[in-house]
Design a protein around this ligand. Structure first.
Ligand code: PLP
Ligand code: SF4
Length: 450
């Protein structure tokens, strides 16, 4: 088994890469990691990052904190306080202030999507769209490395009120038994594939033993093919894991590994290619999803290459997301119309087998909203949008229009076209949010920005 070494801001100086980093890049790691999570492992350091291209290298940008991720004034204040050991208390309150300013909890998912049974929330579950339940196993709420743009960053920096997790599957199974409309279960995190096979089995076996004929797909959301492909190849329990996958498939279910891949380089190592082959050999399907992120993959050629490589390896390109409205999004976000241009230019150069990908899609409080693109309707320049998933299923695939904007990066920066006072779904969304007792705390913003 390849030995696994993870590094944080406290230990990264022990890896030889630290010597290659210019002083200002080291400082950025030290300062920004007070606020946002940093964790990386030696597979990422040794095999994915191209150190001759740092700091522009996309894998470096994906995993290493960058100065631009904090507003200049916040960066300065954290840097100043962290240099002075006598001001530790001030530092921690400043860190908390900056974190809260970064919209740690977008899309109201804590209050809004947690199912209630007899008025009591079930921790570790989310049920937003009728057919799919998300399950956050407690043991899978960390990752092999952390992505700099991650929207789940608060749970990795010990903001416990933002942590989502379930201790066990009993409540999950009871919930699924009652909800026969659910066809899909998504195990997510963090990254459920940080769990050993033994621990994962403790979650999966009861599901396979339960009487849940309506549950036809089990999805596992993971970045492990990219960050730790040894999980499927050389780890001590890799073969046991693949045997567990085979058992899920043998139970008559569709097992889908929802692989989070940002850049084609992540699928270029021999180990990753072997991991993909071994996963597919179990009968599992692999689909990819990823956000468009400035400094990492804001280039149509990168996406085209990623999708081509996916199709070549038998992976289905699935979602192309707009970077969410949280964390260091000012550093990473790309305007919606630019996202659409990149998406379209990339799609033009790949075969139809790669055009299974959907997007650009924003995951908002109201649902997943896809930007179909700019249009001119009765002489007015506008943006055509539609729901891929709606909090109300009736909204699905209905086109609607926003006034054209060159700069908007999220739905809350768009205004309805044609002089409409608000988007068609707003009155319903408002009433859904006031009638759900789980939402009575706080007043979550409609469009997904708190
Ligand atoms: C995206 C998403 C799903 C799954 O949607 P699909 O279109 O079926 O892949 C389920 N729940 C939530 C909260 C989501 O954001
Ligand atoms: S692997 Fe996923 S959950 Fe983990 S840090 Fe990256 S984006 Fe976030």
């Amino acid at each position: 088994m390849a030995e696994y070494h993870a590094y944080t801001a406290r230990s990264i100086h022990r890896h030889p890469c630290w010597q290659k980093l210019a002083p200002e890049l080291r400082e950025a790691v030290e300062v920004v990691s007070h606020v946002l999570p940093f964790r990386v492992n030696d597979y990422v350091l040794d095999r994915l990052i191209d150190w001759s291209q740092v700091p522009d290298d996309p894998m470096f940008q994906l995993t290493f904190p960058q100065r631009g991720m904090l507003a200049p004034a916040d960066y300065e204040s954290i840097a100043r306080l962290s240099r002075d050991p006598d001001r530790a208390d001030e530092l921690s309150s400043e860190v908390r202030r900056v974190r809260l300013s970064l919209n740690p909890h977008p899309d109201g998912q804590l209050e809004l999507n947690v199912p209630l049974v007899e008025g009591e929330p079930i921790p570790g579950l989310q049920h937003k769209y009728a057919e799919t339940v998300l399950f956050f196993p407690a043991a899978g709420q960390t990752c092999h490395a952390y992505c700099t743009f991650c929207f789940r960053w608060p749970q990795f920096v010990g903001m416990p009120e933002y942590r989502f997790a379930a201790r066990e599957t009993d409540e999950l199974i009871a919930y699924l038994s009652d909800h026969t409309e659910v066809t899909d279960l998504l195990l997510t995190g963090g990254d459920p594939m940080v769990m050993t096979t033994d621990v994962l089995r403790r979650y999966v076996d009861p599901l396979l033993e339960a009487e849940l004929p309506h549950l036809t797909s089990i999805r596992i959301g993971t970045k492990s093919i990219s960050y730790w492909p040894a999980r499927y190849v050389t780890d001590d329990d890799a073969d046991d894991l693949l045997a567990l996958f085979r058992r899920i498939v043998a139970s008559g279910r569709n097992l889908v590994v929802m692989a989070h891949i940002n850049h084609p380089r992540e699928l270029s190592t021999e180990l990753a290619v072997t991991a993909v082959r071994r996963i597919r050999d179990t009968g599992a399907q692999i689909r990819t999803q990823s956000p468009l992120v400035r400094h990492i993959n804001d280039d149509p050629a990168v996406w085209a290459e990623l999708w081509r490589r996916c199709v070549h390896l038998g992976i289905v390109p699935y979602y192309f997301f707009v970077e969410r409205d949280t964390g260091a999004r000012d550093y990473f976000s790309v305007p919606l119309v630019e996202a659409w241009r990149i998406f379209r230019e990339a799609a033009q150069t790949v075969s139809g087998l790669a055009r299974t990908v959907r997007g650009p899609s924003m995951s908002t409080t109201a649902g997943k909203i896809e930007l179909l693109g700019p249009a001119i309707v009765h002489g007015e320049r506008c943006l055509a949008l539609r729901f891929l998933q709606g909090r109300n299923p009736d909204w699905t695939y209905r086109p609607f229009f926003a006034r054209y904007s060159e700069t908007a990066t999220w739905i809350d920066e768009l205004e309805p076209a044609f002089g409409e006072p608000e988007f068609f779904f707003m009155p319903q969304l408002r009433s859904m949010m006031t009638t759900n007792p789980a939402t009575s705390t706080g007043s979550p913003a409609i469009s997904g920005r708190q």
